[in-house]
Design a protein around this ligand. Structure first.
Ligand code: NMX
Ligand code: MLT
Length: 440
């Protein structure tokens, strides 16, 4: 059987040809017009990046290499006796563009197991970080510390030719992904469980082993949750903050460690990945204030109080989506199967009934529907992962697969340094003076 690297290499030539042909023959063809609101407003909707691993449709949601989440839940290989897809399979799909066989997935698991040991210098550094440092800071620091072992940085210094960039990046990416569950579990056990670490179980898959090392072993369906969770958070096309940051930093030929650490810093923001902990905090607060599962009327008032207090309803809204996020739906289905009567799940469901109306009445957000973060916390909490501050680390372990698969492609395709144009306010004002819009 060809190795993952050999399979990837077989795709590089044809893919390069397609991209070069587009660039050469249609380089001048316009795909996007830009208006003043987009310049000021976070570049919303401007098509300006190549990202082959996934594509987002504002109504349908994410497709990974053309496959929707329900399709992947059906098609990707599962753990023995399991129902949820193995994250190794989604990585294979994101990188190679084909649905893997069980043997392909087992080979990725084996490869990651071989590379998973944390070096002593990293453990020493992690032990030196104050325990009250946010887990996302600890996660980003650990990834950055591993940069010391970057093959890309070393081979670049040794004058590796451009044609080998993808190979060195591939090695860094595999070494890094292999270690992320161990890093995450180390942070968790050190921060919250008195440093009582749990040795990896090499009979387990990547996600199952992460569940095991976190120490949540009494309920086997937690492993299934981890697998689903790690699959659905892996990629969300290239424009989101963590993906775009990883891609941007990588475009300077900063290696995978620098790029991912930077991407994780973006994920740590409350408008992006940190929203998953914000959601649970908000739900806990409301249950405390309202004395348990609220009525719809109580919940509606609580939402208005949140909005009138100048805060957002966490887990709702999206920069691109205009319907319920299919990642929310997948998690809801999981909850309906594994914890239908759980009171926190009932609150999450109630919020889903009430929030879209309230947000629509308020009339500010372009999307009153829930995103992925509106559901994930309650699932983790149910199994005993109750430390909210850790939730975004789980998101980060997953997101690394998408952004790093794309980074290998970035180097294989020889994509250039990213450098969009910025303008000043004065430039915009002068532009409008010189190009006044036609009277309506
Ligand atoms: N609650 C209250 N107001 C909201 C919400 C919300 N959930 N979502 C958007 N708005 C407001 C937004 O703050 C903005 O107000 P203002 O004009 O005063 O600045 C207005 O509605 C228009 O925003 P949009 O264009 O609809 O949203 P935008 O694309 O700027 O931002 C988010 C997208 C996701 C940052 C925004 O919806 C939000 O803050 N949601 C809550 C936080 C969240 O759930 N983030 C997680 C996103 C998913 N992820 O994992 O990254
Ligand atoms: C993501 O998964 O990255 C978020 O939904 C945010 C986004 O796509 O902008």
């Amino acid at each position: 059987m060809a190795t993952l690297k050999e399979k990837f290499l077989a795709q590089v030539g044809p893919m390069k040809e397609r991209v070069q042909k587009l660039n050469k023959e249609f380089g001048e063809t316009k795909v996007s017009d830009v208006n003043v609101a987009q310049v000021i407003g976070g570049a919303r909707g401007i098509i300006s990046m190549l990202w082959d691993c996934s594509l987002l449709d504002k109504f349908e949601g994410i497709r990974f290499r053309g496959f929707s989440i329900p399709e992947l839940r059906e098609k990707l290989p599962k753990a023995p006796g399991g129902n949820e897809p193995l994250p190794e399979g989604i990585f294979y799909l994101l990188l190679i563009g084909e649905v893997p066989t069980a043997a392909d997935v087992a080979a990725v698991t084996e490869e990651w197991q071989k590379r998973s040991t944390l070096p002593q210098y990293l453990v020493d550094t992690m032990n030196a970080v104050p325990k009250d440092t946010h887990p996302m800071t600890q996660f980003s620091l650990a990834i950055l510390q591993l940069q010391k072992d970057s093959q890309f940085a070393q081979r670049y210094r040794e004058k590796m030719p451009k044609t080998q960039y993808w190979d060195a990046t591939f090695e860094d990416v595999m070494n890094l992904l292999a270690k992320l569950p161990n890093i995450a579990a180390y942070i968790y056990r050190r921060t919250y469980k008195g440093g009582k670490h749990i040795a990896p179980d090499l009979k387990l898959d990547w996600g199952g082993n992460m569940a095991h090392m976190l120490g949540i072993t009494d309920n086997p369906s937690f492993k299934e949750l981890m697998r689903l969770y790690l699959c659905i958070h892996s990629d969300h096309e290239g424009g989101n903050v963590s993906a775009h940051t990883t891609h941007l930093v990588g475009s300077a030929l900063s290696d995978a460690y620098y790029s991912l650490s930077a991407g994780m810093d973006g994920l740590a923001g409350p408008l992006h990945g940190l929203a998953n902990q914000e959601v649970l905090l908000w739900i806990m607060d409301l249950m405390k204030d309202l004395g348990g599962v609220p009525t719809k009327e109580q919940l509606e008032k609580y939402m208005w109080d949140t909005l009138n207090g100048g805060r957002v309803i966490p887990g709702y809204g999206h920069a691109v989506l205009r319907k319920t996020d299919p990642r929310y739906v997948a998690q809801r289905e999981f909850a309906l199967k594994h914890m239908p009567d759980y009171d926190l799940f009932q609150v999450v469901s109630l919020v889903y009934e009430v929030a879209p109306d309230v947000l629509t009445k308020q009339g500010k957000t372009k999307n009153p529907w829930p995103n992925v973060d509106a559901h994930s916390g309650v699932l983790l909490y149910h199994y005993g992962l109750v430390e909210f501050d850790f939730y975004t680390v789980c998101f980060g372990v997953s997101r690394a697969m998408g952004v790093l698969a794309q980074l290998v492609w970035d180097r294989a395709l020889g994509l250039p340094i990213e450098r969009p144009k910025s303008v000043t306010t004065e430039w915009l004002e002068n532009f409008i003076k010189e190009n006044p819009p036609a009277a309506k």
